[in-house]
Design a protein around this ligand. Structure first.
Ligand SMILES: C[C@H](O)[C@H](O)[C@@H](O)C(=O)CO
Ligand SMILES: [Mn+2]
Length: 424
C-alpha cells in the first residue's frame, strides 16, 4: 500500500525522467483525467436487461459466461454497483445504457414503444452524479430477433418493428443530451447474420442500408445531441459465416451518411491491428467510437487489461493528436469474477492506456524517424516500455483521491461482504 508521500516521491523522479525526453507529465495527467470513458452498464448484470425476469443468457450474437455470485438483479442494484465502481475510478466517466434496461414497472412496454420516461430513474441517477449518458438500441434478446435477422430481415413486419425501435431510441438519446447538457452517443449494433453459407449475401445488406436510412431519416432528432454511431464485426455467435453489418458495410455506410464509425477491439481477426485502422479511417471519417474489449481467440469480451492492443490503439490516437475525434467506451462482460472488480480493472486499464499514449515521447521518436535514424526510432520506442508511467498513474490517482495501485481491492472486498454476497 503506497503512502501519499512515497507516491509523490516516486512521481517527482518520474516527472524528471519524462521531462528529459521532452514529455510534460503535468499536462499528460490533466489531459488523461479530462477524456471521458463511457462505462457500459451491461457488465453489472451479465447483459440480461431489465425487461422481464430471465433465466437464461441474452440471446443474439453475444454471451456472458460464468457464475460468480452477486450480479445486479434490478436497476437499483445496478446503480448501487455503479456508484461503488465510480468511487474507485479517477477521471471523467459516462454511462452507456442499452435500451433493454428501461424501467417500466409492471407495465410491459415493447421496444418500439420506448420513451424517455422509461429511463427517468437512470436519468435522475446520471444527473445527480454529473455523469453523461450514452445509449444503444437493443436489437437482440427479443422474439423478433430469433430468426437471426432484425433490421435486415426479409420479413417487412420484423424490419418495421426494429426501425420503430431505432427511431424511438434516437429520441431517448436526444432527451438524455438535452437533460444532461452533453451529447449522447447512440451506437447501433445488430446481430444479423448466418451460421453457415447464406444463399444470398446481397439482399440482407441492401435491406439493412434501407432500414437504417429509414431510421436516420427522422430529421426531428438533432444530430448534434444524438450522435449516431454504427458498429460492424467480422463474426458473431451464430453468425460465424456471414455478418450482414460487416466492417466494410459500416465503413461505407457511416462515411456516406455522415455517421460515426465504431471500432470494437474484439471484432476482427486476431492478427488484425485495430490501431492500424485508425489513421485509415480518420483520413475520411470525421469521428470514431472506440470500444475497448479483449478477445481471446474469438469475440469473447474478456475484461480489458493493459495489453498491446489497447495500448497501441490509444497510442495511435495520441500520435495522431486525434483525442477530439474519438469517443472512448468500454465493452466487456465477464460473469466469472467479481463484477465490480471487472469494471474497475477494465476502466482503469483503458485510462492507463490513455495516459501512456499522452506520455509517449512522440516528438523525439518522430524526429529520429524524420532524420532517417530508424535505429534511434526503434530504440526510443522500446525505451517507452520501461518508462515509469506507473508512478505517474499513482500520482494521478492520489490527486483524484482514489486508491492507487491495487488498494481498491479492499473496497471491492468490503462491498462484496456487505452487499453483493447477500444477493441470492
Ligand atoms: C451489448 C453491446 O451492444 C455489444 O457488446 C456490441 O457493442 C458488440 O460489440 C457486439 O459484439
Ligand atoms: Mn462493441
Amino acid at each position: 500500500m503506497p503512502s501519499s508521500k512515497s507516491i509523490s516521491a516516486a512521481y517527482s523522479l518520474a516527472r524528471q525522467r519524462y521531462a528529459d525526453l521532452g514529455v510534460d507529465t503535468e499536462a499528460a495527467i490533466r489531459a488523461a483525467l479530462r477524456i471521458p470513458v463511457s462505462l457500459h452498464c451491461w457488465q453489472a448484470d451479465d447483459v440480461r436487461g431489465l425487461e422481464t425476469p430471465k433465466d437464461g443468457i441474452a440471446g443474439g450474437g453475444i454471451m456472458s459466461t460464468g457464475g460468480y455470485p452477486g450480479r445486479a438483479r434490478n436497476g437499483d442494484e445496478m446503480r448501487a454497483d455503479l456508484d461503488q465502481v465510480l468511487k474507485l475510478l479517477p477521471g471523467k466517466q459516462r454511462l452507456n445504457l442499452h435500451a433493454f434496461y428501461a424501467e417500466t414497472g409492471d407495465q410491459h412496454v415493447d421496444r418500439d414503444e420506448l420513451e424517455p420516461q422509461h429511463f427517468a430513474r437512470w436519468l435522475g441517477w446520471a444527473k445527480s452524479r454529473r455523469v453523461g449518458l450514452d445509449f444503444n438500441p437493443t436489437y437482440f434478446a427479443h422474439e423478433h430477433a430469433n430468426s437471426g435477422y432484425t433490421l435486415s430481415s426479409a420479413d417487412p413486419a420484423v424490419r418495421k418493428f426494429w426501425i420503430r425501435h431505432g427511431k424511438a431510441c434516437r429520441h431517448i438519446a436526444e432527451s438524455f443530451a438535452q437533460n444532461l447538457g452533453s451529447p449522447s452517443v447512440i451506437n447501433h449494433w445488430i446481430p444479423d447474420g448466418a451460421k453457415d453459407c447464406p444463399a444470398d449475401r446481397f439482399g440482407p445488406r441492401e435491406r439493412l442500408a434501407a432500414a437504417y436510412d429509414a431510421i436516420f431519416a427522422d430529421k426531428s432528432v438533432n444530430r448534434k445531441l444524438c450522435v449516431d454511431a454504427v458498429e460492424g464485426k467480422l463474426f458473431g455467435l451464430g453468425s460465424e459465416e456471414y455478418v450482414v453489418g460487416s466492417q466494410e458495410f459500416y465503413s461505407n455506410y457511416a462515411l456516406s451518411r455522415g455517421l460515426v464509425l465504431c471500432l470494437d477491439l474484439g471484432h476482427y481477426h486476431p492478427t488484425e491491428s485495430v490501431a492500424d485502422k485508425v489513421s485509415s479511417h480518420l483520413a475520411f471519417h470525421e469521428k470514431l467510437l472506440l470500444h475497448t474489449s479483449r478477445p481471446i481467440r474469438w469475440d469473447s469480451d474478456h475484461v480489458v487489461i493493459l495489453d498491446d492492443a489497447v495500448r497501441n490503439l490509444l497510442l495511435e490516437i495520441a500520435r495522431g493528436d486525434a483525442w477530439d475525434r474519438v469517443y472512448v467506451a468500454l465493452d466487456f462482460f465477464d460473469a466469472s469474477i467479481n463484477r465490480i472488480a471487472a469494471y474497475v480493472t477494465g476502466t482503469r486499464a483503458t485510462r492507463q492506456a490513455i495516459l501512456c499514449g499522452l506520455l509517449d515521447p512522440s516528438a523525439a521518436i518522430q524526429a529520429a524517424d524524420a532524420a532517417g535514424k530508424g535505429h534511434e526510432r526503434l530504440a526510443l520506442m522500446e525505451l517507452t516500455r520501461s518508462l515509469p508511467w506507473g508512478a505517474v498513474w499513482d500520482e494521478l490517482c492520489r490527486r483524484e483521491d482514489v486508491p492507487a495501485g491495487a488498494d481498491w481491492l479492499a473496497d471491492v472486498a468490503r462491498y462484496e461482504r456487505d452487499v453483493t454476497s447477500k444477493r441470492a
